[in-house]
Unconditional design. Structure first.
Length: 206
């Protein structure tokens, strides 16, 4: 199975905007859910693009499962993010004006896409996520972020995302020349907190 490209939009139109925020929802969430979060972010002048996962999930198993067990959904999900980026580029938006916000499964997908396609982007906030696979396959990750700011927020413990994977992801992104800020909240639970929103605004959507 593969995802049907279905991009929900908000904010300014692509024709009017100079910046784009791509928002990627979590398992069981929706594009509309994640778009509603934009009211708390400093993105009034951005075009908002939120791809919708077919059947509400980007891939069937845990992000820590062997990659092949999440195929072909995972490759299709990564391709969906790529097509969403392509939509922005074709509308004349430069890559350095493309931003990302992902939560949970959407954060994992965001980070996996970025690490496979590193270049100078506007920035990314990934709340409770890490790169995908039972082990980290460094060979998949190429490019140079050229100091793109990336914010990783998470809870320790988190039922779905071990904090070790968040740290491993931060290290990979740093090796690829991203400007990474990670913040771990003790026993916060699987959700987004106010400080994470504030840090995303301060570090990414400034």
């Amino acid at each position: 199975m593969s995802h049907i490209l279905d991009i929900k939009t908000g904010g300014k139109s692509l024709k009017e905007a100079e910046k784009v925020l791509i928002m990627i929802h979590g398992r069981g969430g929706s594009a509309q859910d994640i778009l509603s979060l934009s009211q708390y972010l400093n993105v009034e002048d951005y075009a908002l693009l939120a791809p919708q996962a077919t059947n509400g999930t980007w891939y069937p198993l845990s992000f820590m499962a062997p990659v092949e067990q999440n195929e072909p959904w995972l490759s299709s999900a990564i391709e969906t993010i790529g097509k969403t980026v392509q939509n922005a580029l074709e509308a004349g938006i430069k890559a350095e004006n493309i931003y990302f916000f992902g939560f949970s499964q959407g954060a994992c997908l965001t980070l996996e896409f970025l690490a496979r396609n590193a270049q100078k982007f506007g920035g990314a906030a990934a709340i409770i996520g890490g790169v995908i696979g039972d082990k980290v396959n460094r060979e998949n990750y190429k490019g140079d972020f050229n100091q793109t700011p990336i914010f990783l927020g998470t809870s320790n413990p988190d039922f779905h995302v071990p904090v070790e994977r968040v740290y491993a992801t931060a290290n990979i992104l740093k090796e690829m020349n991203a400007d990474v800020t990670e913040k771990v909240y003790a026993n916060f639970g699987h959700s987004i907190n106010q400080e994470e929103i504030e840090l995303a605004n301060e570090l990414i959507f400034k």
